[in-house]
Ligand binder design. Structure first.
Ligand code: ZN
Length: 159
């Protein structure tokens, strides 16, 4: 058996759970290998320490303190989560940032579309979609009544 194998089986050996053959092999190895016997000693000591720790009773004030803390945490859990995810001082700048971002995007889109819009306007004007405008009535437009150039052509007041 190599040292690595011995180390793997040391705990079982210590607890008496190793097979008799392994037990004997480990015994033989430990007799000749100082490193492994030291490892066994350390393992044994750690186990003892752990066993002793199990017997230690926590002081009564500790239980009270922990339980009080748990109740407090449970009470303020909702508030805590809310604070964690939506802290006011973060939410407001976030919204402000989003607003600014949207404004900037809108400006960019508008700038990008501006030439196209001009082209569209030129196209629609070139297609002759303009309202009918007579040369006589300069200011008034769209009425079609070209008889009286000076006054408003549409009959606003009853005759
Ligand atoms: Zn060894």
């Amino acid at each position: 058996m190599e040292c690595q194998d011995i180390r793997k089986n040391l705990y079982a050996y210590l607890e008496g759970m190793a097979s008799p053959e392994d037990q004997e092999l480990i015994d033989q190895h430990l007799a000749s290998c100082r490193a492994c016997s030291t490892a066994l000693y350390e393992l044994n000591r750690t186990g003892e320490v752990l066993k002793n720790l199990k017997d230690v009773e926590p002081p009564p004030w500790m239980t009270k303190k922990i339980m009080a803390r748990v109740r407090q945490e449970a009470k303020s859990e909702r508030g805590f989560i809310r604070k964690l995810f939506y802290p006011l001082h973060i939410k407001i700048p976030l919204e402000a940032f989003a607003t600014v971002l949207i404004a900037v995007i809108a400006v960019y889109v508008f700038k990008a579309m501006e030439p196209e819009m001009k082209d569209l306007q030129a196209l629609s004007q070139g297609a002759g979609h303009r309202p009918p405008r007579s040369p006589l009535s300069g200011k008034s437009s769209g009425c079609g009544n070209t008889g009286s150039p000076g006054e408003g052509c549409c009959p606003k007041e009853p005759r």
